[in-house]
Design a protein around this ligand. Structure first.
Ligand code: AHR
Length: 538
């Protein structure tokens, strides 16, 4: 590109016709040659709602996810509001995070909520054996989490401790959070600074109970889950009816294969026979994009092969959802129970030199493409997948935000979440296109992916991902049902597949404007290689 610019300047300085001809030849080099992909949308057709909750986040007490990433304490020199860092809050507000899952992950099944309430200097210091064995100061507890949720304008998805807790402990936690101050626990919350009951719209009954959450068989978990579902009540007067009622999410599968289909089958079969005394509204599914275990693929400093392999792996999300959704359909044809993909994202080898167990990894343009592909898969399964939580929000795994003391950067994944804002609660519109193919070595991938939706104001949007890391693609969009005159929006690409934003160069990967106007009845938009593009149809 620099080379093209230099040549162009040279030509402008001369009026030599031969040089102009050279420019023409230079601009025609393959780097800008694009194949055309036809994409058709009928704006008058509509599908299910793309629930805004598929853009949910996950914040676990893990590494610098909470401490430093969100919580710096009121005495920190990092600007904060009641201990919560302002820069992170501002960035998260801008992506309208619909819900935050907390306090874990594996941490949740060893979390005892009472240690995280009351005067900060009297809180117990415990250990975090799951994640590096570090001390857990418990200074970020229930009230701080709820304050954080409030500051970013989000909603709480609280995971209760099934593995090492009791139904009574979980029930009391919910009473502490949601009861009016007439009960002793409600009074205690009021004394801790929050007289009004908190909203707890989503309740996770355990986490990975088949592994770090207690190594349970599906039958054993089911018996526990029924008890928690029955007794862990939400008392908030505003949450007693209709849409406001707390949704209970059971632990679901963690992968592909008979072990996992058996798990889904056990829970869903029981659900189909459940009586008035227990209920669930969601089944969780965890699926990371990871090749080999422990993760061997690196987050940056990789080549085209690893780019292609990771994207191939991530596309398996679709078949996994299909498998588990088919079992759910058999027992719940009305799709009352949502499939909640509450842990997803890329899991790479830890950043060299980072703390063991802190799951620190950089975030590259490959992750932006990966995020868009998964969001598109969730949108296509909108009827069943009504919630998802990328792992994790700050400083852990495929994060939105990385911090280093007072410094903060927004990752390419953050930018994808921001670009996809129009898809929150939008109405899915079917789109047809021949995806073409992109091949590298043994890996064959679709060249292009796309979804369309009408936002809450009725405007039509397209999200187009060009997986090909080398060639741009001309999208020839044919839009029926409206008189489309232009496509206008943003595109996110990068110099290389493993380009990243760093604290010294935080704007290497940022969205850039992109648009096209209809000409002779055609709307043709050239999307760059390895890019994510979101445009409004106007
Ligand atoms: O996100 C990191 C960990 O991955 C979570 O704590 C756990 O649920 C999963 O195995």
């Amino acid at each position: 590109m620099t080379c093209l610019v230099l040549r162009f300047k040279h030509i402008v300085r001369t009026t030599n016709i031969i040089t102009v001809l050279i420019l023409t030849a230079v601009l025609a080099i393959p780097a800008v040659a694009a194949d055309t992909i036809k994409l058709s949308v009928d704006a008058s057709r509509s599908g299910p709602k793309i629930d805004r909750n598929i853009f949910g986040q996950f914040a676990e007490h893990l590494g610098h996810g909470i401490y430093e990433g969100i919580w710096v304490g009121p005495d920190s020199k990092i600007p904060n509001t009641r201990g919560i860092r302002n820069d992170v809050v501002q960035a998260l507000k801008a992506i309208k995070v619909p819900n935050v899952r907390w306090p874990g992950g594996c941490f949740a099944d060893e979390y005892h909520w009472r240690k995280g309430i009351g005067p900060a200097n009297q809180r117990a210091v415990t250990l975090n054996p799951n994640w590096g064995g570090v001390t857990e100061p418990n200074t970020f507890g229930t009230n701080e989490f709820m304050d954080f949720i409030d500051q970013i304008g989000s909603q709480a998805y609280v995971s209760v401790n099934v593995g090492s807790g009791t139904p009574q402990e979980a029930a009391e936690w919910l009473e502490y959070m949601t009861a009016d101050p007439q009960t002793t626990l409600g009074k205690e919350r009021a004394a801790n600074g929050h007289p009004a009951p908190y909203l707890v719209p989503y309740l996770g009954i355990g986490n990975e109970s088949w592994d770090c959450g207690g190594n349970m068989s599906p039958e054993y978990y089911l018996s526990q889950m029924k008890i928690y579902s029955r007794f862990v009540r939400n008392y908030n007067p505003a949450q007693q009816k209709g849409d406001q009622q707390m949704l209970k999410i059971a632990v679901g599968p963690g992968g592909d294969g008979p072990r996992w289909t058996d798990w889904t089958e056990t829970i869903m079969k029981a659900y189909s026979q459940h009586t008035w005394s227990w209920d669930i509204n969601g089944l969780s599914m965890h699926n990371y994009t990871v090749i080999k275990w422990p993760p061997a693929y690196v987050a940056t400093g990789f080549g085209e092969l690893e780019y292609a392999q990771i994207l191939q792996k991530t596309l398996e999300m679709d078949s996994l959802i299909n498998k588990h959704a088919a079992i759910m359909d058999a027992y719940d044809p009305d799709k009352k129970v949502a499939l909640v993909v509450d842990e997803w994202g890329a899991w790479y080898a830890k950043t060299p030199g980072s703390h063991e167990g802190f799951l620190v990894q950089q975030n590259s343009q490959r992750d932006a493409v990966l995020a868009a592909l998964n969001l598109n898969i969730f949108a296509r399964h909108a009827e069943r997948v009504r919630m998802a939580n990328i792992a994790q929000m700050v400083n852990v795994l495929q994060a939105m935000i990385l911090t280093d003391n007072e410094k903060m950067l927004l990752t390419p994944t953050y930018h994808v979440f921001k670009m996809y804002l129009p898809f929150q609660d939008a109405t899915f519109v079917p789109v047809s296109f021949d995806a073409g193919t992109y091949k590298f070595g043994e890996v064959t991938l679709p060249r292009v992916d796309a979804i369309a939706a009408k936002d809450i104001n009725g405007k039509l949007w397209l999200a187009i991902t060009n997986l090909d890391p080398n060639q741009p693609v001309d999208i020839n969009a044919s839009i029926a049902g409206i008189n489309a005159k232009s496509l206008t929006g943003e595109t996110l690409t990068a110099p290389k597949v493993d380009s990243i934003n760093t604290f010294d160069a935080p704007n290497t990967i940022v969205p850039k404007p992109i648009s096209t106007k209809a000409q002779n009845g055609s709307l043709i938009l050239q999307v760059p290689p390895k890019s994510v593009t979101v445009v409004a149809v106007e």
